[in-house]
Design a protein around this ligand. Sequence first.
Ligand SMILES: C[S@@+](CC[C@H](N)C(=O)[O-])C[C@H]1O[C@@H](n2cnc3c(N)ncnc32)[C@H](O)[C@@H]1O
Length: 151
Amino acid sequence: MNKYLANFVEHNFPAPGAALDLGCGKGVDVAALKQLGWSAFGVDLPEVDLNLSYKADQLFDFVYSNFVFQFIKNKEEFVLACFNNLRQGGKLLIQTFDKSDQVLGAKGFSAEELQVYFQEKFKNIKVEKFTEFDPGHQHDHVKLVLTADRV
Ligand SMILES: C[S@@+](CC[C@H](N)C(=O)[O-])C[C@H]1O[C@@H](n2cnc3c(N)ncnc32)[C@H](O)[C@@H]1O
C-alpha cells in the first residue's frame, strides 16, 4: 500500500469508512484499504474518464488519487469529481509530481500551482514535497502530496 496513503488513513480516521480511488490502476490501494476494513471503490480508464464529469451513486468519507492528476487535461472537472463524491467534511488526498520531476508524458506542478486548483472547493489545504527513490524506474522522484477537507 502507498505509504503516504497508509499514514494519512491511520492518522485521520478513527475508524474505517467509505473511500473512492480516482485513477486506481490495478486497484492495489483499494485492496489494501479493504484489508483494513474500509469499503473501498476505484475507477480508471476506460470505464471512467476523469476528464469528464464523474459522480458515483454514493458519497464517500475519503477521496484519494495517487499519481493521476498530472495526466488530467480537464483539471476543473477532476476537482469537481473530488468535491461531488465527498460528504461534507470528508477528506481528500492527492499525490502527484513536483515540477522539478521528470515525469514521463506529463508535467508536474509547484506546490502553489497545485493548491490553487483546489482552493475554491476545499479548506485546510496542505501541500508537502518529498523525494523518494522509485525502484521501478531506478531513480528519485520529486512528489507532492496535497491534503484537504471538503467545505
Ligand atoms: C501512474 S498510474 C497510478 C495508478 C494508481 N493510482 C497507483 O498509484 O498505483 C496513473 C493512472 O491514472 C489513470 N488515468 C490517466 N488518465 C486518466 C483519466 N483521464 N481518467 C481516469 N484515469 C486516468 C491511468 O489509467 C493509470 O491507471
